[in-house]
Ligand binder design. Structure first.
Ligand SMILES: [Zn+2]
Length: 279
């Protein structure tokens, strides 16, 4: 979603969620492109949708939290109609919990709960809590989701490969711990999205470990379009459709049940991946 909004003229540092009301036709065109690409699940434009994250965009934005989340859900719902599922996107609040930061668990819980209630109000089919690094934040978001709705909840973390070769979140937490804590907190589906500097073989190994940790809980994996390269100050993802498509069958063979894409996975790349599943 981020990559696609930037391609449609969103400036870096601008609040993309304002487009859910002010440029809804452009957000709709992103969802349309992914539906045309064969995606069965589309993700709302609400990643930075807590009041805390919205407040970073200046005065007045946080006050519109419920409206912007509800509008993001509605525009995706219109495109999905009844032929695709809409995932209500919830990203990290953007700072650290106490004691590393200032955010208290109770306050964060009520912020997540309010965002998720607005997404549910707008008609999403499930809640996707993604790109998490801190299992404590994930637990708070899961608890808020379970209080706010009875919808299924997907819980995914961003991993990187540490110097000893293990996969850990930015907070240094292992695959086993992140997955076990998310499942214990009520996640209906667990997995990984995004990631830092992971190769395609890395994503496959990560998937293997998540499937092993998850036990009976279904697993979702959403890799980036390769490792980013910085060109002229811009972040670019250079994976080809063939490279992305080649990941799909190995992921399914490992036991992943839902395959998607994160940063840089354009509709062209998702179409190549989608053809591997439907053909
Ligand atoms: Zn990403």
């Amino acid at each position: 979603m981020g990559t696609q909004l930037f391609a449609r003229g969103l400036g870096s540092g601008d609040c993309g969620m304002l487009w859910n009301t002010e440029r809804a036709e452009l957000v709709r065109s992103v969802h349309d492109a992914y539906r045309q690409a064969g995606c069965n699940l589309i993700t709302t434009n609400t990643f930075g949708g807590t009041a805390y994250a919205l407040a970073l965009h200046g005065t007045g934005t946080a006050e519109r939290m419920a409206e912007l989340n509800r509008a993001g859900a509605q525009v995706a719902r219109e495109v999905a109609n009844n032929s695709a599922w809409v995932l209500g996107d919830v990203g990290p609040f953007g700072d650290f919990l106490e004691p590393l930061g200032d955010m208290e668990a109770d306050e964060l819980h009520s912020m997540f709960r309010a965002q998720i209630a607005a997404l549910a109000d707008g008609g999403v089919d499930a809640i996707l809590i993604e790109t998490m690094s801190d299992p404590a934040e994930m637990e708070i978001a899961l608890s808020a989701a379970k209080e706010a709705t009875s919808l299924p909840v997907l819980a995914t973390y961003a991993f990187q490969k540490s110097s000893d070769g293990t996969f850990r979140t930015m907070m240094g937490i292992t695959v086993d711990e992140t997955v076990e804590r998310a499942v214990a907190a009520g996640a209906d589906i667990v997995g990984a999205n995004c990631g830092v500097e992971l190769s395609f073989p890395d994503y496959l190994e990560l998937a293997r470990q998540i499937v092993r940790s998850a036990g009976k809980t279904p697993v979702i994996l959403q890799p980036n379009a390769g490792s980013p390269q910085i060109v002229d100050g811009e972040t670019r993802y250079n994976a080809t459709p063939d490279e992305m498509a080649a990941v799909v069958k190995p992921l399914l063979d490992i036991g992943v049940r839902i395959v998607g894409g994160c940063c840089g996975t354009s509709p062209t790349l998702l179409a190549a991946m989608s053809r591997k599943i439907t053909c």
